[in-house]
Design a binder for this molecule. Structure first.
Ligand code: MTE
Length: 319
């Protein structure tokens, strides 16, 4: 994430992605585990894996009232230009190196300050929730952005089910640690496992979702299969991938990028055009696929919905 400045991203790296020569190969090798998850899964209705374009389709997806009416980033860009340091620090690396990542079976633990701690198989965890398509922006701290039709469910619904105690002030999310499958974890580029956190009211906000798919299909591995967080008003690094543990805490959890570079990556990480990253401006961003940059919007354009969460807070201090 800290490696490339947006200005150093060549247009060819971005725009050529629709023309990947090995796209067919990629499409035919979408992880078997993903297919297996689909086949045995209790996701509402799975429309089968015969489609040749990428992962199995998810059915029974409701349109969300939160969806944006903006031009979506092509799926080729969303699935080819990734940040997933467990696999690679290159943007193109995760699509190749996560191909065989095994996401079935997948165990998720809910623990900490919660009345109903539990260990779930992922299908059982997901079953009670209504899947919605929510078209949200993803704005990376490196000043590029995408518009992604996520498929997921409100984290607020999870809170209702697991019942955090009155002591729970924060939610900590943890990614799988498995260096044999995730070659990036064999190097100390970050402290592993990757950890992220939210204040409990941020987690309870209706815009916060857990995603299991995008473009109507199961999440590709490189995008954080089988379960990832999406918090659309925050920088991309808060959107932790491949979650195995959700823990409720009284104290603010340590988070991976904040530990790696506290001057550069705050706990809150709200998209804020007026607070520069120490090494570059956040005032403008490049939508992947566009040539010209555009102005970055406060809270990534979600100010009406979320600004109230931070009233009275100095957002220069709590960046
Ligand atoms: N989650 C984990 N576990 N590891 C990562 O390296 N990168 C983050 C976030 N979640 C990351 C992660 C960053 S920096 C961004 S911008 C988004 O994932 C990118 O999501 P995408 O590849 O689906 O676009």
């Amino acid at each position: 994430m800290i490696i490339k400045r947006p200005d150093s991203i060549k247009a060819s790296e971005i725009t050529d992605e629709t023309n990947y020569q090995n796209r067919r190969e990629f499409l035919s090798t979408v992880s078997r585990s993903t297919l297996a998850l689909a086949a045995g899964a209790s996701f509402p209705v799975l429309l089968g894996s015969r489609r040749t374009d990428a992962a199995p389709a998810l059915g029974n997806i409701q349109k969300s009232r939160y969806a944006l009416d903006e031009e979506k980033t092509p799926i080729e860009d969303i699935t080819r230009y990734n940040n997933f340091y467990e696999f690679s620090t290159d943007k193109e690396g995760p699509a190749l190196l996560a191909r065989k990542f095994k996401t079935d079976p997948w165990t998720l633990r809910i623990e900490g300050e919660v009345n109903k701690p539990a260990t779930y198989q992922l299908e059982d965890f997901i079953k009670p929730y209504t899947l919605e398509e929510r078209v949200y922006r993803l704005r990376c701290v490196e000043a590029w952005s995408m518009v992604i039709p996520w498929v997921g469910f409100a984290f607020a619904d999870v809170l209702k089910k697991v019942e955090p105690t009155s002591r729970a002030k924060f939610v900590e999310f943890t990614t799988l640690y498995d260096p044999r499958q995730m070659p990036g974890q064999q190097r100390r580029v970050l402290e592993w496992p990757y950890v992220e956190g939210l204040r409990i009211d941020e987690a309870a906000h209706p815009l916060t979702i857990l995603a299991v798919g995008l473009y109507g299909k199961l999440l590709p591995n490189q995008n954080g299969a089988p379960l990832r967080l999406v918090v659309p008003w925050k920088y991309g690094f808060k959107n932790i991938k491949s979650i195995v543990r959700i823990r409720f805490t009284e104290k603010q959890p340590g988070t991976t990028w904040n530990i790696a570079g506290p001057q550069e990556y705050g706990f809150y990480a709200n998209v804020n055009p007026t607070v520069d990253h120490p090494r570059w401006s956040q005032a403008r961003e490049r939508r992947i696929g566009d040539f010209f940059k555009r102005e970055t919007l406060m809270f990534n354009g979600y100010a009406d919905e979320v600004a109230g969460l931070y009233s009275g807070m100095d957002l220069r201090k709590y960046y």
